[in-house]
Ligand binder design. Structure first.
Ligand code: ATP
Ligand code: MG
Length: 140
């Protein structure tokens, strides 16, 4: 295991319901350190760029509209095995399939409004962190 950084988003369904602190508590309880964090209202260009990998998927338009509907909190998380650890504490994409105690099981509304995003690989984590943060905004 190695200390890694991963990228996380607290999505609009969670910020709207005032769950930023509740989500952060889950992350911190899992041993992840929030080494950068900012609340932003994503532009359409940003959301389309960030999710470009999904642009052929049938839900792409809905996903972009959702992500720009209200503010989100973008974060850098640091810790041992951070990429996998964050995916574990997030739970399955569809909250109906998520394990008990995970963020999505406890907070997500449905497969689209699923409260959090987390990088799916170390390589993508680096790309996604650089999409939203400058190096001097990350304080480990
Ligand atoms: P994320 O990338 O947000 O961490 P994920 O890796 O679990 O989630 P992906 O397959 O990468 O899931 O899908 C990206 C996002 O697109 C999901 O988090 C969800 O918000 C949305 N999404 C995925 N599948 C569907 C679907 N069938 N219908 C509506 N939205 C979906
Ligand atoms: Mg994904």
């Amino acid at each position: 295991m190695a200390v890694e950084r991963t990228f996380s988003i607290i999505k609009p369904d969670a910020t709207r319901r005032n769950l930023t602190g509740a989500v952060n508590a889950k992350l911190e309880e899992a041993g992840l350190r929030i080494v950068a964090q900012k609340r932003i209202h994503m532009s359409k260009d940003q959301a389309e760029g960030f999710y470009a990998v999904h642009k052929e998927r049938p839900f792409f338009g809905e996903l972009v509209e959702f992500m720009i509907s209200e503010p989100v909190v973008v974060q850098v998380l640091e810790g041992e095995d951070a990429v996998a650890k964050n995916r574990e504490v997030m739970g399955a994409t569809n909250p109906a399939e998520a394990d008990a105690g995970t963020i999505r099981k406890e907070f997500a509304l449905n497969i689209g409004e699923n409260s959090v995003h987390g990088s799916d690989s170390l390589e993508n984590a680096g790309i996604e962190i650089a999409f939203f943060f400058n190096d001097d905004e990350i304080v480990g």
